[in-house]
Each structure stands twice: as structure tokens, then as C-alpha cells.
Design a binder for this molecule. Structure first.
Ligand code: NAP
Length: 530
């Protein structure tokens, strides 16, 4: 989906994007900075839901940082941000594997209020994205407010407020919970016999062990998702041998990744409007090229996407045997589309091997496949994805009348408009279940969701003490979502992490335009208030 036009935008206006945001850091009512208070202070803070509501933000990744910035902009300074790790950044902190980059172009994968004219590439590296979030958090005065090393183990509705308990026993209480806990962060380890017998170095792609030397080693990678494809491209040059264990082939869209020149960066710096225009173009390309057509599998756009991927395979893999091994038997876009400029090249290197025999077991010396071959390895990378159904869990979330989230989500996670749940008033999720996750900028998604949440917060502040979607609205939404999900490209004949245990896609099954529309104004009739 990367377009050759991306870098040819003519600037049309002058704006200074580096103007420091005018955001105060003092608590509006108490005159104290939230970060200066102790946990005990917070528990005792008298908060009025209308004049000075207290927000508990869980997670300091992309959406937690966004929440803090947006709350401050709205003049809502009574909040705390809790982060279980010792650093912000979420997925970009945890995923540091070689070759990691975002497959959404960097100028779109940025906050709408914090452009970065200095992105080095069209698809910038993970370390650069991590540095971007750290920089934004610092510039907007959010980093100092984050409480690190605070894992929330319990979040309970009590006497009309939310009380959170941390692993270290400390507590806090608030009127609203913003669950900015992320999606792709609980590694999924494969259920392969003998995993614990391997004598070499073995780790999950999201738990990369940077102490393990890779140069000249025999490296095995299990999996062919976005992570594995990037890892293969990054490691093939230094490995003595690289074996990719493929269970299912993937469609790959070519994604050229040119560096931005110093002239282009200077241009972006001086003419912010050029970034605005570029973002609009990329967003339009994602939405019109995919998102608005995912429920119309016969659409010209999805057919064009498929043809684009077929051509990439046909034109760039020479050996017909290898080409057929790499050819998926499902539609492009059914699994998350992989964007890569170097995978086909990497897998055709003399030291690379695509192993399509299924894995029998892991042994001390390497991977034994069903045909009896032992693939001897020094390093084994498990690029086997994530447990995507966890969301806020393992945190024990207990709503009104003792309703447990674990029980509510017994058959799989869901949420009204991907944001809220009956019986969990004033608790809102960012990038929660049933949201748009397929090949978009999750930053754009989170920004739209937060503007929706702020409108709900204003309802509470002006009209009531708490608000949650009615059961009827939840059921209607879920019924409609399930029905629509059947017609999406994700349901067109492949297995992926988009599917629930029953094989139904869980992601937002309608157009991105509809998502924007829904997020622009909550259907207040769908909510119950107290
Ligand atoms: P993934 O897409 O879930 O891929 C996991 C891979 O492991 C699949 O190829 C799967 O095979 C394979 N696998 C799992 N268990 C296996 C087993 N027991 N034996 C053999 N193979 C097994 O995971 P991911 O690559 O980490 O990507 C997850 C998501 O993270 C992506 O879809 C994307 O949303 C995000 N991501 C984004 C970027 C980016 O550039 N923005 C980069 C990395 C990840 P099957 O296909 O047969 O199940």
C-alpha cells in the first residue's frame, strides 16, 4: 500500500509544528502536580465527578500517553498513569527484534498533534518510534507523571468509584478508568513438543535476547507473520544459515522503504502543511484501498490488492518450486497483510531455507520435521505471535455488583463500540476488543476513540455520576457485529489472530468511515446513567 507518490507532496503552507504546547501540569483544583503526590495522597484526594474527576490511566504506551495529553488539553489534570514496566512505549518498548519497523508509514503513525518532520524512512525503525514516544511524552510533560513499576493486579468498582490495587500492595481510587493496556503484548508460545530441550539460545520475538550473538550462527525462525518476515530480512546477511519454518504462507505487499533526504526533512520542518497533506493521502490510501471494502470481498479494491500481491510473488521469486511454497491458498488481506521490501530477496539467498515440512518436535540440536530431517540450529526464534484475547487481563477487573470481567469475557472479549461494557461504568478501553486493527494506524484509531470517550466524560460531568452502555445496546452491537463479520475478507478462508475461538473475525467489521462516524458522536440513547 506504500505509494510512490508519498514523497512528492508539494508543501502549501507555513506552520511551526515545534511550538510548545500550552499545557499546564498543575492539578487544576489543588494546584499540585499529580506526580508529586504519593499513592496515599491519591487515595485520599477528594474528587468531585463533575468539577474535578479523577482518572486512572492504565498503561503508558501509545494510547496511555495520548490519554494524558488529551486530558490535560481538556483541563482535566487530576489523573495518574500507571505502567508496569520501567519505561514507556508499550509494544515498541517490548518488541526490539532485529528489523522491527512499523508497517504503517511513519508520517501517519504519529500523533495528529505531534508531527515528526525527522522520520528517517517511510517506514521507520522500532527504536525511532520508541524515541518518538519518549520525546512526545517529555515535550508534553507526561513522562514525569508516569508511575513506573506499578502493575495493576485488581481494578474494582466500589461505592461508585474505581479502586485499583497494585502488585506492591499500593492502591489508588478514581472516577474513571482508561484502560490503555494494549493488544499485542502477551507472547504466545507454540505448543511444540520438546521446546524446553533445545540446547541453543531460544526466545520469543517479543522477548529478544540481545546478549545472544547472531553473526555466523545457524538461526531458525518459527512463524511467517509480520515479525518473522522482518526478522528474516534483517538476519539473513549475518547468519551462516537461516531456516524459516513456515506453517502457512503469507501474502506480501511490496513496500519500498526509502530514506527521507535532509532536504525533505527540512521541507517538512518548515512546511507542516506538507505533513498534513501526506497524512491525508496515506490515510485515504489505507481506507480506500482496504478498510472501506473489507466487508465486500468481491470489491475491485480487494481484487486489486490480491493482484498486487500475486504480481509481487510472481515477479520476485524466480524458483518455481519455492514460489509455489510461498503462495498462499487464501485471499490477500484475509490474514493481516504483510508489507516488506526485502523478504522475497532474503528467502532466496543461498544461506536461506524455507522449511515447509511441519515440525515434529524440538530436540537438543535443533528442529526435527515430520520427514525425519533434523535442522541443526544455534539460535531458535519463536515468532509465533501473541495471546490477543487478553486485553486488560490478567488484571482482575470487577465491575458493578461484583461482576467479573473474566466471567463476562468467558467466551471471548467484546465491547460496545470497542470501548465500554455494561456493568463497568466509567471504564473505557482504547484499542479494546472489536476495534479496527487491520492494517491501520492504531494511533489514528486511539485518537478517534479518545475524542469519543471525552464526550462520554462530559456527559458524566454535566448530568450524572456514572455511565455505561445498556445491555440492550451491547447485545444489539454484538449481534450486528457478528453478522457483519461473516462478510469480511478476514472470514474468506484462512486462520489468523483476527478470529475468535469460534472462527469469527473479532475486528471492527464495518468501514473505517463508519468507525469515524460512530466515534464522532456517541449514541447517548445506548447508555444508562446513574
Ligand atoms: P502472527 O501474525 O500471529 O504470526 C505468528 C506466526 O507463527 C504465524 O505464521 C503462525 O502460523 C506461526 N505459528 C504459531 N504457532 C505455531 C506453531 N505451533 N507451529 C508453527 N508455526 C506457528 O504474529 P506476529 O508476526 O508477531 O504479528 C502479530 C501482529 O503484530 C501482526 O499481525 C501485526 O498486527 C503486529 N505486528 C506489526 C508489525 C508492524 O510492522 N507494524 C510488526 C510485527 C508485528 P499460522 O499462520 O499457520 O498460524
Amino acid at each position: 500500500m506504500a505509494s510512490p507518490r508519498l514523497q512528492s507532496i508539494e508543501p502549501v503552507d507555513l506552520m511551526d509544528r515545534r511550538t510548545a504546547p500550552k499545557i499546564g501540569r498543575d492539578d487544576s483544583e489543588t494546584g499540585r502536580n499529580s506526580a508529586e503526590m504519593t499513592t496515599e495522597d491519591h487515595s485520599m484526594t477528594t474528587s468531585s465527578t463533575s468539577s474535578n474527576p479523577r482518572f486512572l490511566i492504565i498503561g503508558a504506551g501509545m494510547s496511555g500517553i495520548l490519554s494524558a495529553i488529551r486530558l490535560q488539553e481538556a483541563g482535566l489534570h487530576n489523573f495518574a498513569i500507571y505502567e508496569k514496566a520501567d519505561r514507556l512505549g508499550g509494544t515498541w518498548r517490548e518488541n526490539t527484534y532485529p528489523g522491527i519497523a512499523c508497517d504503517v508509514p511513519s508520517h501517519l503513525y504519529s500523533y495528529s498533534f505531534a508531527f515528526n518532520p525527522d522520520w528517517s524512512h517511510r517506514f521507520s525503525a522500532g527504536s525511532e518510534i520508541q524515541a518518538y514516544f519518549e520525546d512526545v511524552a517529555r515535550r508534553y510533560g507526561v513522562d514525569a507523571l508516569i508511575r513506573y513499576g506499578k502493575e495493576i493486579t485488581r481494578c474494582e468498582r466500589n461505592d461508585g468509584r474505581w479502586k485499583i490495587t497494585m502488585a506492591d500492595g499500593s492502591t489508588d481510587a478514581g472516577d474513571f478508568v482508561i484502560a490503555a493496556t494494549g493488544v499485542l503484548h502477551h507472547p504466545s508460545y507454540p505448543d511444540i513438543a520438546g521446546l524446553d530441550r533445545f540446547a541453543g539460545a531460544m526466545f520469543h520475538s517479543a522477548r529478544w535476547n540481545h546478549d545472544v550473538p547472531l553473526a555466523g550462527k545457524r538461526i531458525g525462525v518459527i512463524g511467517t507473520g509480520s515479525s518473522a518476515i522482518q526478522i528474516v530480512g534483517a538476519l539473513v546477511d549475518q547468519a551462516a544459515e537461516l531456516s524459516l519454518f513456515q506453517r502457512t504462507p503469507q501474502w506480501i505487499a511490496p513496500a519500498l522503504n526509502p530514506a527521507y533526504s535532509e532536504t525533505e526533512k527540512a521541507n517538512f520542518r518548515e512546511h507542516t502543511e506538507a505533513i498534513t497533506q501526506l497524512r491525508a493521502e496515506i490515510s485515504h490510501m489505507f481506507v480506500e484501498g482496504f478498510a472501506n471494502h473489507l466487508a465486500d470481498v468481491n470489491s475491485i479494491q480487494l481484487q486489486a490488492l490480491h493482484a498486487f500481491c500475486v504480481a509481487n510473488l510472481e515477479n520476485n521469486v524466480k524458483d518455481p518450486v519455492l514460489r509455489e511454497k510461498l503462495r498462499p491458498n487464501y485471499r490477500a488481506g484475509c490474514k493481516r497483510l504483510i508489507m516488506s521490501e526485502n523478504f522475497y530477496d532474503a528467502i532466496q539467498r543461498p544461506n536461506a531455507r524455507l522449511v515447509t515440512e511441519s515440525i515434529e518436535r524440538i530436540e537438543e540440536a535443533g528442529v526435527r520435521t515430520r520427514d525425519g530431517t533434523l535442522h541443526a540450529l544455534d539460535v531458535l526464534v519463536l515468532a509465533t505471535g501473541f495471546r490477543v484475547d487478553r486485553f486488560m487481563r490478567p488484571m482482575d477487573v470487577v465491575g458493578r455488583n461484583g461482576t467479573r470481567l473474566e466471567e463476562v469475557w468467558r467466551n471471548g472479549p467484546y465491547a460496545y463500540m470497542a470501548i465500554a461494557l455494561p456493568d463497568f461504568p466509567n471504564l473505557f478501553m482504547l484499542n479494546g476488543p472489536n476495534g479496527p486493527v487491520g492494517n491501520f494506524s492504531l494511533i489514528e484509531v486511539a485518537e478517534l476513540q479518545f475524542s469519543y470517550i471525552l464526550q462520554l466524560v462530559e456527559q458524566v460531568r454535566s448530568k450524572c455520576k456514572e455511565l455505561s452502555p445498556s445491555r440492550a445496546a451491547m447485545e444489539r452491537f454484538d449481534r450486528e457485529r457478528r453478522e457483519a463479520a461473516k462478510n469480511t475478507i478476514w472470514n474468506s478462508g484462512c486462520k489468523s489472530w483476527y478470529l475468535d475461538d469460534g472462527g469469527l473475525p473479532t475486528a471492527w467489521p464495518w468501514t473505517f468511515d463508519r468507525f469515524r462516524e460512530e466515534m464522532s458522536r456517541p449514541r447517548l440513547d445506548d447508555f444508562e446513567t446513574k
